[in-house]
Design a protein around this ligand. Sequence first.
Ligand code: FE2
Ligand code: FE2
Length: 299
Amino acid sequence: MTTALIDTSKRLREILDRLSSMSIEDYYNPYQMFDWPDSLPQDMWWMSPELTTAHGTEIAAELSQEQLYRLSKYESINFYSLNVHGIRELLIEVTGRIHTDEFATPSEFFHHFIGEENEHMWFFAQFCLRYGGKIYKQPRGGAETIPPNNAASLLVFARILIFEELVDHFNSTMALDERLDDTIRKINRIHHQDESRHIAFGRELVRILFEGFREHATPEDLTQVSDYLKRYMAYSFESLFSPQVYKDAGIPNPLEVRRRLLTGPRRPEFEAQVFRKTHSFLTKHGLIQAEAAAPEGVR
Ligand SMILES: [Fe+2]
Ligand SMILES: [Fe+2]
């Protein structure tokens, strides 16, 4: 069973030991880490333009440079707000499992994980409140009823992994983007460093939890898990497209803009970039199943 697999995996234990040691060695004081200037320049990119939802679309072509900068500012505030909400939810789930029988083995690592995520939530919230004047509300949906029953922990950690990998795609790009202000690059760099450990752990744990689940799963159970994870990925991606952001950026018809972007030609390419690594990991280990090819004539 799953518990036994977590407890007996030599590979997991080695990973946990290595990552816990790294957490201790790399430990920093987040409350002293940032300078937090009073304001950030408005006439520049706040987010790499390629990561903004309108990039390369007819909607972006209609905007002035000033509007594009403004859009990148509010998209960045939305991105950090999504982090705040995502972290609150994952903290609830991980805190609910630390030092339980099932998760005794990773509990030491969970202490680092919980501590680091609390700090990430703090610096993301600081950024939103200082430079955006608010934290955007959490979009609805995303964690609807979990099928099947015995997959609860598997799906929780798979969701955490998907969320962390999505965020890391943005962090790792922005950490290196010289068009961005130093404060923005730094927050992304620091988060990326910590998340590299969380993602390494998440991949191993999800692999083991899925191995345990698969032993007793029916083909229908496996399809349900696959469909659930695909829905969660689509929901996470779509949460980057916020009507409130378009409104704050001064773009007319925000709901229509969102609809056009989500149904437009750039979406599939952008979504594939964001989830390139995640998708190949989940497919390789059988958590998500390849789409059945449409019959000839339907394509
Ligand atoms: Fe984090
Ligand atoms: Fe994390």
